[in-house]
Design a protein around this ligand. Structure first.
Ligand code: ADE
Length: 245
């Protein structure tokens, strides 16, 4: 997969994209990330990328010319999705990350200042993504979030092929609790079932704990699921235990 990022601050990406799993995915040539400085596409002597808003008001607006030039240069006639990072976009989630991971190519455009000239949206952008209902100073951190979440879905990126399918959200549930050594830490013991070697009991316990966790923390996720009759029974028992029935 090839990802092109258009930004005013390419240097912001160096740490996160070179490190850990995303860094390894690049070394292994599973992804190729190209960073483009929008300022390099200005043609005036001040390399101006923003201007005052028509109609007045606070803040500056990203000018159309350098962004159009940058996107057209990077696309080079290709029809890859051009994704604008903006708090006005559709909310990013697990399903959208998986969907984007099917693309061969993504162009991520990072907005800055108070906004971007609307004509960029109208004629260049094919999709708008928000990483949540809060406003950041720019689209760079959101673009890194999207890259990280998308890359995890690409074959060969995670050590264990199935990890991405047992994650929180993969089955619409939060993930069960994990434990590692030591067996007892400051009087806190690892649940006995995990030491039993009985794979079926372990799988059942994990499923039950995933349901419990989701019920306690994100009951809204349960409303979206087609629950098996067995899960409905388990949830009933958990609610009864909690005195919620
Ligand atoms: N740019 C500023 N805030 C943002 C957000 N929440 N999501 C995506 N892009 C943004």
């Amino acid at each position: 997969m090839r990802i092109d990022v258009l930004t005013l601050f390419p240097e912001m990406f160096n740490g996160p994209l070179q490190t850990s799993i995303v860094g390894r995915a690049q070394t292994a040539q599973i992804i190729e990330v190209h960073l483009w400085d929008i300022r390099d596409f200005t043609e005036d002597k001040h390399r101006q990328v923003d201007d005052y808003p028509f109609g007045g008001g606070a803040g500056m607006v990203m000018k159309p010319e350098p962004v159009f030039a940058a996107v057209r240069h990077v696309l080079g006639g290709d029809d890859a999705p051009v994704v604008l990072m903006t708090p006005q976009g559709e909310t990013f989630d697990h399903a959208l990350a998986e969907e984007l991971s099917q693309e061969d190519r993504l162009i991520l455009l990072c907005g800055h200042y108070e906004g971007i000239d609307e004509r960029i949206r109208q004629s260049l952008v094919t999709r708008e993504i928000s990483i949540g209902d809060y406003v950041l100073t720019g689209g760079e951190l959101p673009a890194m979030v999207v890259i990280d979440a998308v890359v995890r879905f690409l074959p060969g990126v995670l050590g264990e092929a199935s990890a991405v399918h047992t994650d929180s959200f993969a089955q619409g549930l939060l993930e069960y609790p994990h434990y590692t050594r030591p067996r007892v830490y400051e009087d806190m013991e690892v649940p006995e079932v995990l030491l039993s070697g009985d794979h079926q009991r372990i799988a059942d316990w994990r499923h039950c704990e995933a349901l419990r966790r989701t019920l306690l923390r994100r009951p809204d996720l349960l409303d979206k699921l087609a629950l098996a009759p067995r899960d409905i029974e388990i949830l009933k028992a958990i609610r009864a235990e909690l005195g919620q029935s």
